[in-house]
Design a protein around this ligand. Sequence first.
Ligand SMILES: C[S@@+](CC[C@H](N)C(=O)[O-])C[C@H]1O[C@@H](n2cnc3c(N)ncnc32)[C@H](O)[C@@H]1O
Length: 192
Amino acid sequence: MQEGTKLSERSGTLADDPFSGRRPTSHERLTGLPWDASDHDGPAPWDIGRPQPAIARLASEGGFAGAVLDAGCGTGENALHVASLGLSVLGVDVAETALAIAREKADDRGIEVELATADAFRLERLGRRFETVLDCGLFHTFDGDERPGYVASLASVTEHDGWNVAAIDPDRLQTRYHDDGAPAWLATIKRI
Ligand SMILES: C[S@@+](CC[C@H](N)C(=O)[O-])C[C@H]1O[C@@H](n2cnc3c(N)ncnc32)[C@H](O)[C@@H]1O
């Protein structure tokens, strides 16, 4: 990990600010590192170099429709997979390093996908609407104080009619360190 990216060493000037002016998230405050540091020493623990099986399964079952937003896309495996099926996908993240890796993969694989730096708490700045939002591993990093702000931000880029929690099922999240993945919840929230 590069010493210069440590939270405690913030310079206070915007140019050197690893958070680009945004408030560090609870996870960043806890670890003392900006999200961007996750990919500085090789792939992050959650970066398995292929789409999460649960996401690929969802996609094969037609779980994605219309314009898709991948919030906290990381190095883009899920976003690239969904885009490779012909859907219009925007992947956003605060980690420039992860986004650069995702862009390189998209180029190498010839997959058309939009990738942009954006804060999941300020999605209204995108000025766009999405029919499907994918969140793989982002929501769970937010603490209880942050979650309402994230939900409001999601509401600003989705239709406003009612949403219903259709299912919350146990699943597995593959990582670089678990043989059979880590326990996870697969939540499906649908418009009424
Ligand atoms: C656990 S990783 C999951 C990455 C990716 N979804 C995957 O499944 O491989 C969480 C991702 O969310 C991003 N992230 C964290 N806080 C964010 C925020 N406020 N806005 C946008 N992205 C954020 C991190 O940079 C990181 O790439």
